[in-house]
Each structure stands twice: as structure tokens, then as C-alpha cells.
Design a protein around this ligand. Sequence first.
Ligand code: NAI
Length: 715
Amino acid sequence: MSSIFKLEVGGDRLATLTFDLPGKKLNVFNRAALTELEEVIDAAAARRQEIGCLILLSGKPSGFIAGADLDEIERVTDPTEAEAGSRTGQRLFAAWEALPFPTVAAIRGVCLGGGTELALASTWRAASDSPGTRVGLPEVRLGILPGWGGSTRLPRLIGIAAALDLILTGKTVSGRQAAKLGLVDALLPDPRFLDLVRDFALERVDSSRQGGRAPGGLKGALLERNPLGRRIVFDQARKTTLEQTRGQYPAPLRAIEVVRTAVEGGPRAGFEAEARAVADLAISPIAKNLVHVFRLTEDAKKETGAPGGAPRPVREVAVLGAGTMGGGIAQLIAQEADLPVRLKDVNFQALAQGLEHAAALYRRLVKRRRIKPVEVRRKMALLHPTLDYSGFGRVDLVIEAIVEKLEVKQAVFAELAGHVPAGAVLASNTSSLSIGRIRERTPQPERVVGMHFFNPVHRMPLVEVIAPEGADPSAVNTVFAFTRQLGKTPVLVADAPGFLVNRLLMFYTIEAFWLLDEGHRIEDLDRAMTEWGMPIGPLALTDEVGIDVAAKVAHILGDAFAHRTQTPGWLDRLPEHGRLGVKNGRGIYRYEGRERKNPDPEVYRILGLVPRISHPDLGALAERMVLPMVNEAALCLEERVVRSAADLDLALIFGTGFPPFRGGLCRWADQQGLPRIVATLERLESVGGGRFEPSSALRATAQAGGFYARFDNKA
Ligand code: NAI
């Protein structure tokens, strides 16, 4: 008797198979589920006289099937075992495909990975039109590829180009988009989904087992049917993938080869190629790191913030300052939380610019068809520009994003308190000032917290939630919960100089300045880091942030960390020469509009430097810039600036684009081995001086067996 799958055969020759994995919120294919599926397929085949059509349903309200069990992917270290895992799924799904009656996959809610692959092996697919219905093959995001027949079946069903688009990006599509692609055969209104699926299946009782339709549409078919056309499609996919991954992610490149084999050599060759690719990819450190990062993000969704205080509801919000950050934050609140926002600034022109900034973000969303123009008008109407505190009597949360000056912020918070309800939470988006100092003159200072967004607001997924000493946990958790409502990931950090991400970044950027000072070229330093996997090099990033801002933060942190943050004497010279970075089109690089061109040779002259080192070892340069961050990470954890190595890794990935394939800074360092890192820092210290000195925190972490061994507990 099966406990995971339930087969029911009706008098009308319609049968249903319900997948309901006990004790889990979502169905996944773990070993037990795969074993039972095999039995139940045999049992169904044996009842062929009674069954004219079989519907595959999920017993879970939240979704169809979420894919393979991650534990299994994480655990496997033997290529033979990984290959066997792929072949088991292939064999089962082939048995499903070969059932002597048609099958219908009834897709409602999430349908991912192995779930989609089983649907592809079904004769027909029907999807709900509910917003929660998402269909996709996200395997490449975990460093592997669809290895249970999906890489082989999908291109046959929807055409090569469309299949590659789904497999190589790992993105998900709605039921409606799936229907448009031909990935599902019917799109059914959600309220009557189950009835309509039955009707759909009843029409197909005892029908032929030939489902689907001609792949790819007319144009696609013409292009993809001839070898030359196919070559164009595959070459283009390879080119785009190399551009996007810089060759650092092997899975999508391998997936292109597997799809090509499947298309040109037939299903048997395709399955073979899938299994061999899974054997190579699943055991690689990159797959393990990507699964680790996936887990970090999943665990982060369950975080609630500081202990001891429930979040309060937020119904109305005010944003102070309509500049770069304030305008972006206001737009985000309207877009994601759908709440009214008072946007206050000190001058009319700034307000107009703030609204224009929000409107420009909306224009981009309209262009990408993410929102309809009529909806934009409604969203924009949620933004209420104001020069005074009118309407502040009703707000539950204020987010301040005005100039980065302590005295100004202190005065504004003190004044603000007189205009908002007593229970309102007051948050500052400061990037370098102490929240404890900002709140000094505010009545009820315990309700002041930090809410540190990253630039550009709409793109960066991280928000540091800063809880200063004595903060009301309920205020902290209100900001924590609201951050999540905005679709961002909150990480709780302490009110320490630079908080977490900027502090780590500063050590990395300062090292880039020192390397520049030693005679390295701007482009080599940035290339060392992009080749290492960062989305942007440290000097180009300095231009993005603003050289004046970076210099100011370096000075503020310099006061806090003394010799460790010593900078070359020339740091202020660039802003003094009117070089502020991207914002005024003059920085370390040259700009056309906002577009970065070549490094500006004038910069060397201003700084009195001669770039004399050619063809440096980029790996060694990258290591020199990353190790100071590792050293500092140990201090941040020991000082409880951040609660765990996992939180630190997540924050750096989401706040800076730290390469996910490396699994995070702490995980990368653990994999290198901390004793080796300590030894490298000691060697650097002997030539480069005190700033490389391994911190006692790093030594203790090395002794304790690594970051994850020492700092895995958030309590
Ligand atoms: P910005 O200069 O673009 O905008 C500041 C706005 O505040 C201006 O429109 C100004 O008129 C307005 N303002 C000044 N005093 C005000 C007052 N008393 N009441 C209301 N409005 C007032 O500055 P930006 O870059 O948006 O930064 C704002 C805050 O966000 C700063 O604390 C900064 O440290 C922080 N931040 C900035 C990031 C960045 O990359 N630009 C990243 C993360 C945080």
C-alpha cells in the first residue's frame, strides 16, 4: 500500500494519481517517492483494462512538484552514483511515458525541475492560470542540468531556442506563458481547475498517446529543421551564455551540448548525454556551492529578526529625501507593498526629480511588460510629494534618506518625532553614520533603527537592518518584516562602523588603492576581480559609489579601525580635481553618459603614479584584495556585527554580487583552509606591513576549524 502516491480508478475509465509526500509542505522526489512511483506505475499499467486516461495531481495546496530532493544533490560525491541517480529518474519517467493509456499532468502552483520533467513525459499537460503557478527547470542555478529526460524532451516539445531559454536561465514561467510556449496544452481557470482538468482528461479517455504540437512555431521550425539554422541557434546560445557567465558556470554550457546531442542524435543519445553531464556536474564544488547558496536564501526566508518583539503592521509610510535612494525606495514601496507613501524633501526641484526617478523605473517595467500603463498611473498616484509634514500623523514607518551629515540627521529625527504617532518606527538609510548617534536627540529613541538599502535600490536584493543598543525589538522586527514585504532580503546587523557590507568592501577597495599605488594598472585590478567572479571591479565600483563618498567612508572607518584602514595619501585628490565618478561623468574611468569607457590616463598623473607593471598574475592580485575581507569577516563575526557565517555570506552575495559559485566569502575561505590563509597573510605582512596582520579572530577561527564550524549559531 503506497503512502506517497494514491491511485484511484473511477467507473468512467478516468483514473487519478495523487502525489502527497507526508510531512512536507511541497512534493519533492526523494528516494522513497521515486521507489513508490515505480511501484505505482507498474500497478497502473497492470490495470490497463480499467484505465482510459490517468491524471497526475498534487495533494499539496501550494504546488505540484518542486523537483528533486536537494539533500540528495548535496550529498552525492561519487560520479557513478550521480549518473545512476540520473538514469533512475530517466527510467522511471520513460516507464511513465510508455504507459498504455494517455496521461495528463495537472499543474497548479510550483512545478520545478523533476516535476516539469515528469510533466514533459506525460501525454498532455494542463496548467492553472493562478499567479502561484510557475513552471521551470532551475537546475542550472544549482550547477547541474535537467537530467531526468527534461533536456531531451523539452526541445522536441517547444523548439530548440525556447527550450534553451528556459534551461539556460533556469527561469520560471506562468501557466499563461507556458501555454503560449506550447509547454502546456491547456490553460485552465484556477477556481474550477480540478473540474476542468477532469473534463480535459475525459475527452482524452482511450485517445491516442500522441500529445503535444509541432514545436517552435513556423519560424522556429523553419530555422531549426535545417542543420545550418540549428547551428546558428546553438552558436548564439553559446555566445550569450559565455557573455553572461564569463565561463565561470559550467552547467549552462554543458546543457547546450546535451540539448544539441538530443536534437541531433535522438532521445537515446540525449538521455545518455544527460546522465554523463550530471555525473560530472553534480559532484563539482560549484554545484555544492550553488546548492549551499540556495539553502542560505531559503533559510533566510524563515528568519524573523531580533528576539522578543512582534512586528507591527505598516499601512502608510513616509520617505524623507527624494534623492537617488529616497526616490528609489518610494517607488519600491508603491510597487511591492502597494502602500501610500509621503515623499518629503526640502525643495521642490528635488521632489520633481524624485518622482521622475520613480516614473523612469516604471517606464522600464512597462517596456519589459512587467506592468500595464494603467496600473502605473495607479501606483504613481500612491506617491504623495510634500515639502512639509502634512499627512505624517498617520504613518507607521518613516524611512530617512537625506544628506549624510550627522548633525542634519539628528536635527531632522528630533523634529520628525513631533509629527508622527508615538508608535511610529523611524528608520535611517545611512550608509556610514552610527544609528545610536543619529537618535541622540529623538524622543523615544528606542524606536530608531537602521534600514540600509543598496544602490540601485530596485536591483540590489539586500537590506541591512541595524539594531542599535537598546532598540525596541518590535521596531527592529517591523523593519525586518517590511523589508521582506518589499521583496528584499533582510539581514540583521549591529550598529558598528560601516555596518557589515560596506566595512568588508572598504578593506577590499583600500587594497585595490594600494595595488594601484604600487604601479598596477587600473584595468588589471578590475579585471582580476571580475575574472574572480565579482560583477564589477573595485575601482569601477568606486566610480559607481562616488569617489567623494568612498573617500568619506574610508575616513570614517579610518577613525574606527586605525592602522588597518590606512589609505594611500592621495585618496582625496581625485574629488579635489572634480572627479566624483559616474555621477558627474568623470572618475577613474572615462564615461559617455553613464556608460563606462576606458580608464582615464589623466588619473595616474593626478595621483603622481606610474603604471609600470605589465601582465601581473591576476589570481594573486585577486587573492590580495579578497584576503583582507576574510580577515575582517572574522572580526565582524567575533564582534557580533553579524550573527552567523551564513548571514555574512548571504549579505555579501546579495549586497555586492559576491560570486555565488564560490558559495560566499566564509565558505570560500573555509574551502581554501584558514591555516593556509593565515600563512598567506603572514607572508604579505612581512612585505606589505601591518594591515595584513592576521587578526586574533581569524587565528581563533582557524583553530576552531573554520567559519562555519565556529559561527553557525545565531542565538
Ligand atoms: P542624494 O543627495 O541623492 O539625496 C538626498 C536628498 O535629501 C536630496 O534630495 C536633498 O534635497 C534631501 N534633503 C536634504 N535635507 C533634507 C531634509 N532635512 N528633509 C528632507 N529632505 C532633505 O543622496 P542619496 O545618495 O540618496 O543618499 C541619501 C542617504 O542614503 C544618505 O544617508 C546615504 O548615506 C544613504 N545611502 C546612499 C547610497 C548611495 O549609493 N547613494 C547607498 C545607501 C545609502
